[in-house]
Structure formats: structure tokens, C-alpha cells
Write a protein that binds this ligand. Sequence first.
Ligand code: NAD
Ligand code: UGA
Length: 477
Amino acid sequence: MKIACIGAGYVGGPTMAMVALKCPEIEVVVVDINEERIKAWNSEKLPIYEPGLFEVVKECRGRNLFFSTDTKKHVGEADIVFVSVNTPTKTHGIGAGRAADLTYWEGAARLIASVSTSSKIVVEKSTVPVKTAEAIGKVLKRNCQDPNVNFEILSNPEFLAEGTAMEDLKHPDRVLIGGADTESGQKAIRTLAEVYAHWIPRERILTANLWSAELAKLTANAFLAQRISSVNAISALCEATGADVSQVAHAIGTDSRIGPKFLNASVGFGGSCFQKDILNLCYVCESVGLKEVADYWLQVVSMNDYQKQRFVERVIGAMFNTVSGKKIAVYGFAFKKDTGDTRETPAIDVCKGLIRDGAKCCIFDPEVKAEQIFRDLSAPKFEWDRPNYSRSQSHMLENVQVQSDPIAAADGAHAICVLTEWDEFKHYDYAALYEKMVKPAFIFDGRNILDHAKLREIGFIVYALGKPLDPFLVKGY
Ligand code: NAD
Ligand code: UGA
């Protein structure tokens, strides 16, 4: 059997590496239009950082795992074609700012149709609006020259989270496969299930109809993001009342019906999918006349924007209502720890908010390159999800400096803002940093990861999100 995957990104790369590792008899080829990316997959420095990924790629690459730009050849030869391309939010035209842009998906489908001389299972790995399989089916059927070629479309959404992708792929809570309720649809489901059954217990391989599988992916992300917006809404109330959001989260999380995960208040959720998928879900709802349902889910995104804005206002308010000309050290730019990914990171909006008020941001992140930070801070909304984005120009920005050393970033700063929960931030010598900073020296912990009592002992004025406010901060208003 041969598997091809179109799209060598955060999903296509790690997912196919795991398939290759667990299914040594299957040839797996990941193809992409981005030559640089493919070159990096074939090098010692992979294009994405994911713990454990390099080891797996190293073991399989050249054995039964290949990365190539020869899309036509490998897709043409494959029995199963996964499609894991970008499905960004539309930026113009009907549905701009909400609907998923299926340009890249359709492009992939046209390509599959044009090179196919044998029947194939086409697997939707990208996150797509409900009913995409129907549209893609038409594109495939009408563009294939050979009338004997049959395409069976399956929805097999990916639930991995970045930073833990390899663990998630090795031990997923479930794998979901949706297919048509026909004999050939069910056969295709069984074929794909066989692949996963190499390492995943059968009871964890769930099957469904196509539309349920497509909708389940959007719903899962909406529910996860909703928990974060819910706890973030409560974090604002905690600050106003003297309650402590960690204590509230712990108290509710011990209720087995609620559960303890995804209850960390933060400066806001980021990442490539939560916002995009909720907007996509809302657009689907609106399209079928369910405005109230769309409004309900849209509030999850609005609350997230509010949280980022609220954080910026706290910083500026605490610093005597002016950050003009003040150096602020920003610790963390990635959207979460253990990844170099900055897509929709809350750090973008927070830094932009501070810069708008005249602050000079000095950014340090252990994994994110300066070039990426400058690109993110100058790009229009949603631009990051275009295949060319990583190759687009990166401009230096006034009032933004990127430091490769956390001590230098804090030197002469009035404040430190912690925006990513990198473990190393917990272990810095804050007493030494304090000495180098302008007084009063502030720490704004947007992730609640630092030892606040210790920081206060050193002399810092501390703002910890969702915690009782420092009297100095209250007076500062
Ligand atoms: P990505 O941008 O990292 O990768 C997509 C790749 O597809 C890019 O390298 C791009 O060059 C390539 N591509 C686009 N059009 C192509 C074409 N016609 N032919 C060949 N290559 C093409 O994106 P990603 O994070 O891997 O996400 C891919 C999909 O998976 C999205 O729909 C996303 O919503 C979904 N998803 C992402 C995650 C995640 O954690 N990142 C998790 C689950 C699902
Ligand atoms: C998320 C989902 O967890 C995956 O299941 C899904 O496959 C993926 O989106 C996707 O479709 O792209 P990911 O975005 O990689 O994965 O990372 P998460 O761990 O979900 O974190 C998302 C954001 O929420 C991060 O900014 C994180 O810091 C934030 N977060 C998470 C909180 O603020 N509080 C929490 O309690 C948990």
C-alpha cells in the first residue's frame, strides 16, 4: 500500500511520521508545494519543532517515509491520499472574516483528479466546514479523465495539540473516521481503520457518517475554546471580587462532570485553529439560518479578544496610565509552550496594544525567531494561514526589539509581561532581573506560572491574572 499526504505542515508532517513508524510495510510520502519546507523535512533541522518528532522522522525517513515536491507522481501512485492543507478564514468577499477559504483544498482535489489513473480513498485531514466532502466529491468526479476511477471520500479529522503532537498521535483518545453509508464507503472506512489499528486499540477507532465527523471536529474545538473563555470570564470577576481563579477552577474541576483540564485562565487562547474553527462554525450556522446559534459561539471569540484587551489595559493602567517610551520585556511569543508556532498567538494583540500606547517591546522567546515576530506583528489579520506566508518579507518595526537573551530583554525595562507558559520562565533569577530594571518594577503574569509571593518579596509589583489584586495596582488606577 502507498499513502500520500498533500500538505507537509504541523498536521501532515507529524501524522504521517507516526503512520510510517507504526506501519513499516506502507510507503508514506508527504508532498507540498513549498520547496523550502520539503527541503527542511529532508534535513537535520525540521521545519516545525515538536518534542519527539525528530527521532521518529530520523528512524523512518528514507525507509518508508519520504518528503517530496513531486506531487503528481506520488499522489498518482497512492492508494490513500490524505489532504492536510490550509483551510484559512476568508479575508475578502462573501463570508470574509468567518467562512473557511477552501481554495487550497479545492486545488488539492483538482490535482488528485488530474493525476489519478487508479481508484483512491481521499481523506479529509484538514478541518473543513460540514458538507465539504460533498463539494470535493463533485470536483474529483468531474475532473478525472478516467471513468473507471472511483474516489471514496472519508473525513478523518485530526485532534492533536501542538507541543504534545507525538504523544497525542501515539495514544489518541480516539480516531474518528466518517464515511458514506454505502458499501464502498464502509469498505473505505475499514481500509483506513486497518491502518490505524496497527497501534490504536479498535475500541478507540470511532466511525460515523461524513457530516457527523466533519461537524465533530468543529464542535470539539468550539467546546475546548469555550472552556477557556468561560474561565477567562471568571478571571475578570475574580479580580473584581478578591476571589482567586485557580482556586475556583480547582473547586469546579474536581466535579467529575466538569473535569480539571482546560481550566487555566490565560491572557487568551491562540493557535491556528480555535478562532478559525469557531468562525467557520458560526458561518455554517448563519448559512442555514441559525443566527442565535452562531451568536452563541461567536461570544467565545469575543470573550477571548476582551481578555487580551483587558490585559493590555491592566498593564497600562498599573504603570500610571502611560507606557509611552517605556521598555517592556515580553517573555514568550509562541501561542503555548513547547512549540515555535506563533499563529494567532495572544502575544500579537498584546504587543500591538502596548505599542499603540507608545511602549517599546523587547521580546524574548526560546523558540521563535526574530524574523517571525516581525512578520507576525506587521501582517494583516488571517494572513498567516496562506501557504506563502512564511516566505513573505519580514520588516523591522519601530518600538519592537527581539532579544535572544532574557536578561538583556529585562535590562532597563519597567515591566516584564509573561505571555507564554515556557517552563524556563519559572526558574529565572528574578532577584537579579529586578536589579537591572527601572523601579517600580512590574511583572504581569499572563499565564499564572510564577511564584508571586516570592516576586513580591523581591520588590516587584505583581499582576497575576484572575488573582486578588496587589494593593499598589488598585491604588494605581
Ligand atoms: P500548515 O500551514 O502547517 O500546513 C499546510 C501545508 O499545506 C503548507 O505547508 C502548504 O504549503 C501546503 N499546501 C497548501 N496547498 C497545497 C497544495 N495545493 N498542494 C500541496 N501542498 C499544499 O497547516 P496545519 O497546521 O498543518 O493545518 C492543516 C489543516 O489541519 C488545517 O485545516 C487545520 O485547521 C487542521 N488542523 C490543524 C491542527 C494543528 O494543530 N495545527 C490540528 C488539527 C487540525
Ligand atoms: C487545539 C486542540 O487542543 C486540539 O485538539 C486540536 O486538534 C487543535 O487545536 C487544532 O484543531 O488545531 P492547539 O491549538 O495545538 O490544539 O493547543 P491547545 O493546547 O488546545 O491550546 C490552545 C490555546 O489555548 C493555547 O494558546 C493555550 O495556551 C490556551 N489554553 C489552553 C489556555 O489558555 N488555557 C487552558 O486551560 C488550555
